[in-house]
Design a protein around this ligand. Structure first.
Ligand code: ADP
Ligand code: MG
Length: 256
């Protein structure tokens, strides 16, 4: 049964990589959402957090999602990243309708195709920077041996300018350095899509701009598809396209 699961997961990844490279689904779309809707039921009542959201994001595009607090940005990002299931509607990643897949297959796509960056870094403080960055490859068991993992981790830390911090605990670093560690962790499994939820929200303006410039570098030099949720209009305008969300709907899209 376990072998069967692994075999299926590998097949999904292989097919998916094939689609991205050359298959019939090798259109420009990295991801697409179709009538995406989310209803939360709670003691306080029913919240329609997302109401039939539609958009397409192309490979290598750097898109920002901007809107007031409570407008549904995090809910949207969590569903694009398969952290949560929609009430109805679809999410396509590289042409695959992900919520038609079994949970283990969805998890495999999440671990291998998508890197997450959060406002509050979400690092584990009782272990080193290096171990934090290596976690995704340990979880997905496809990062090779210990040495390969360490080499890859140190290479990424080097690109992000924090290789000298590998043996430090995250809590001993500045906010900007901690967010670089989180970016390194997001890159560990070489994802095609990076999702960032207010990645500069906990940083001062200068540090926030530096972190933003790193995301821009990943987009332009390394051709990653990036979706960044932000409150910051100035940063949003520096991305390829801004999608404005209000009350769970797309208010407008602006190409910058
Ligand atoms: P944003 O990220 O734009 O600030 P969210 O996506 O976090 O907005 O929230 C959108 C709406 O959905 C808000 O009204 C929020 O209170 C509600 N919401 C989000 N998560 C939950 C949940 N787990 N249970 C109930 N309501 C939720
Ligand atoms: Mg949010």
């Amino acid at each position: 049964m376990v072998n069967e699961d692994i075999r299926r997961e590998n097949k999904v990844i292989t097919n998916h990589q094939h689609d991205l490279a050359s298959g019939p689904a090798a259109s420009a779309a990295a991801l697409k959402v179709e009538n995406l809707s989310k209803v939360f039921e709670s003691a306080a009542g029913r919240v329609l957090a997302l109401k039939k959201i539609n958009f397409t994001i192309n490979k290598g595009e750097f898109v920002s999602i901007i809107g007031p607090s409570g407008s549904g940005k995090s809910t949207l990002l969590n569903m694009i990243g398969a952290l949560d299931r929609p009430t109805f509607g679809k999410v396509f990643i590289g042409g695959i309708d992900i919520f038609l897949l079994r949970d283990s297959e969805v998890a495999s796509i999440r671990n291998n195709m998508i890197g997450f960056i959060f406002q509050s870094f979400n690092l584990i403080n009782r272990t080193t920077v290096q171990k934090n960055v290596e976690i995704p490859s340990i979880v997905s068991r496809n990062g090779g041996g210990r040495k390969e993992r360490a080499d890859r981790c140190l290479k990424i830390l080097d690109v992000l300018g924090i290789k000298d911090k590998a043996k430090f605990k995250p809590s001993s670093l500045s906010g900007g350095q901690q967010q670089r560690v989180a970016i390194a962790r997001a890159l560990m499994n070489n994802p095609t899509i990076i999702l960032a939820d207010e990645p500069t929200g906990n940083l001062d303006t200068k540090t926030g701009n530096e972190v933003f410039d790193l995301l821009k570098l990943l987009s332009k030099k390394f051709r990653r598809t990036i979706v960044m949720v932000t409150h910051n209009d100035e940063l949003s305008k520096k991305t390829d396209r801004s999608i404005y969300i209000r009350d769970g709907i797309v208010e407008k899209e602006v190409t910058n």
